[in-house]
Design a binder for this molecule. Structure first.
Ligand code: GTP
Length: 210
């Protein structure tokens, strides 16, 4: 007999300097769109993404946080309870890569020790303006035990964002299974054919500017 799918809920926080493309990454992944002129995030907001992976119905609550300095002190509030964090920098900005180290340090101090850590080297469609070689990001990622992907929220053909979230999701599932935490059999969903990682999307957006 086939095993019942298991429900897994997980919070994912997206952090990094202002303007690196955090909002665009979340919008690309959840809604499949790219917005050229985004308003700078105030506080934070989240979107929901549902996917089916490794016989789990996974619900990701993806928190897009503000990168502006004036919101920095609020960060730890959003890290609490996060199963994964994506730290984003912009490959055309050396400064955003330098500050990536501070984001990771702050995250490590304020999050669960088993948090799945990922680094997104964003705007890789702008390779002509590249200031940070992928190898530097890869070496740094290895030193902190992070997954690393080059991503582009703009270039539709680039699969980095999808691949990044799938790998994070696999690690979240593995962590939850090994800790025996928050796993409940999922209620069967009549009439919904689930096939592959991105089979089920349920975008919703909620804002928190506290
Ligand atoms: P804050 O909300 O201020 O923290 O910024 P953010 O990190 O959320 O950046 P946002 O997603 O708002 O993107 C900033 C700018 O970068 C926008 O003009 C986007 O259109 C642009 N952008 C984001 N991702 C990409 C990308 O992959 N490629 C290119 N070329 N531009 C991008």
């Amino acid at each position: 007999m086939e095993e019942e799918p298991t429900a897994v809920d997980a919070k994912v926080v997206v952090i990094g300097n202002t303007g690196v493309g955090k909002t665009c990454i979340v919008l690309r992944y959840v809604q499949g769109k790219f917005v050229m002129h985004t308003a700078s995030t105030i506080g934070a907001s989240f979107m929901i993404k549902k996917l089916f992976l490794e016989n789990c119905r996974l619900t990701l609550q993806i928190w897009d946080t503000a990168g502006q300095e004036r919101f920095r002190s609020m960060g730890p509030m959003y890290y609490r309870g996060a199963a994964a964090a994506i730290v984003v920098f912009d490959i055309t900005s050396e400064d955003s890569f330098t500050q990536l180290h501070q984001w990771v340090d702050e995250l490590r101090k304020n999050s669960d020790e088993n948090i799945v850590l990922a680094i997104a080297c964003n705007k890789c469609d702008l390779s002509g303006q590249r200031a940070v070689a992928f190898k530097r990001a890869k070496d740094y990622a290895e030193s902190v035990g992070a997954i690393v992907y080059e991503t582009s929220a703009k270039n539709l053909a680039h699969k980095g964002i999808e691949d990044l979230f799938v790998e994070i999701s696999r690690k979240i599932i593995a962590n939850k299974l090994s800790s025996g935490g928050a796993m409940v059999p999922a209620a069967p969903k009549d009439g919904v054919q689930l096939d592959g990682a991105a089979a089920e999307d349920a975008p919703s957006r909620s804002r928190c500017g506290c």
